[in-house]
Design a protein around this ligand. Structure first.
Ligand SMILES: Nc1nc2c(c(=O)[nH]1)N[C@H]1C(S)=C(S)[C@@H](COP(=O)(O)O)O[C@H]1N2
Ligand SMILES: [Mo]
Length: 254
């Protein structure tokens, strides 16, 4: 595209998105949460990204030739939690993933039950804010399949992941949250395999989530429970995740 064509294109795109924003505003202004959304520049970034990249767009997938020689571990590499250690000692045979909150049918899943559900395999690149990336092959149960089973209620807005690893002496555990759009994204999976092997402890055994259109810290490892909520204001310090409570952005889109 030459310069003037590109400019015309950008102008058209801007006009189109302003129209979208306006019609969005009309709808939003009638809902209570609009003022809260507007006060955050981050939410605007999120809204802009959604205009530019369709909400359902897939993250890039790679081929086996692209795999990193090793998928490193970051953050917790082995939770200092006696209950977790007891489960690990028994190869997670007694592990149960609790799924509850604003759902019609709270359920718990053993590893065998999760593995028995339809699975998805994907080779994707993981980007950590600390400045490293790695390409890995993940296999797991799409979160949407688990959600279909528990049936979120109409007021459900977020999915919160609780983790086994304590982060401080007070016993604050790692946690994360995503919205229902990301929860239903086809590449959002509850992974139990990495590079054709059972998910190693260093990478979040027995279950860690992959959210391929966001940064590494969103991808909670050592998941013990999933809670469907309409707000995360009363969880932790209320920012939606362990790192968010320390100042990271809740929406870490890439
Ligand atoms: N429970 C838990 N999940 C976590 C972390 C953690 O410390 N604890 N670290 C996060 C960060 S910052 C990154 S980059 C990835 C690292 O995943 P990996 O150990 O498989 O490389 O996990 C994320 N999920
Ligand atoms: Mo990270």
């Amino acid at each position: 595209m030459n310069k003037s064509k590109r400019r015309a294109f950008l102008l058209r795109a801007l006009t189109a998105s302003s129209v979208l924003l306006l019609s969005g505003c009309e709808r939003l202004s009638r809902s209570e949460w609009f003022p809260r959304v507007l006060d955050s520049a981050e939410k605007l970034t999120q809204a802009t990204q959604r205009l530019i990249t369709p909400r359902k767009a897939m993250a890039q997938e790679f081929t086996p030739a692209d795999l990193s020689p090793q998928f490193r571990s970051n953050g917790t590499s082995n939770p200092e939690n006696p209950q977790y250690q007891a489960l690990a000692a028994n190869n997670f045979a007694d592990y149960r993933l609790q799924v509850g909150g604003l759902v019609a049918r709270p359920m718990s899943f053993s590893l065998a039950e999760l593995r028995g559900l339809p699975s998805r395999t994907q080779i994707t690149r993981h980007d950590c804010v600390e400045g490293w990336s790695a390409i890995g092959k993940w296999k797991g149960t799409p979160l949407s399949i688990v959600l279909d089973q528990v049936q979120p209620k109409p007021e459900a807005r977020y999915v919160v992941f609780y983790c086994a690893d304590p982060m401080d002496a007070q016993g604050t555990h790692y946690y994360e949250s995503i919205d229902m759009d990301d929860a239903h994204h086809p590449q959002t999976i509850l992974a139990y395999e990495l590079n054709d092997q059972i998910l190693p402890i260093a990478n979040g055994a027995p279950i860690r989530v992959r959210i391929e259109r966001q940064l590494g810290y969103k991808m909670a490892k050592y998941i013990t429970g999933i809670l469907v909520v309409d707000s995360f204001a009363s969880i932790g310090d209320g920012k939606g995740g362990y790192w968010e409570d320390q100042g990271y952005e809740w929406y870490a889109g890439i």
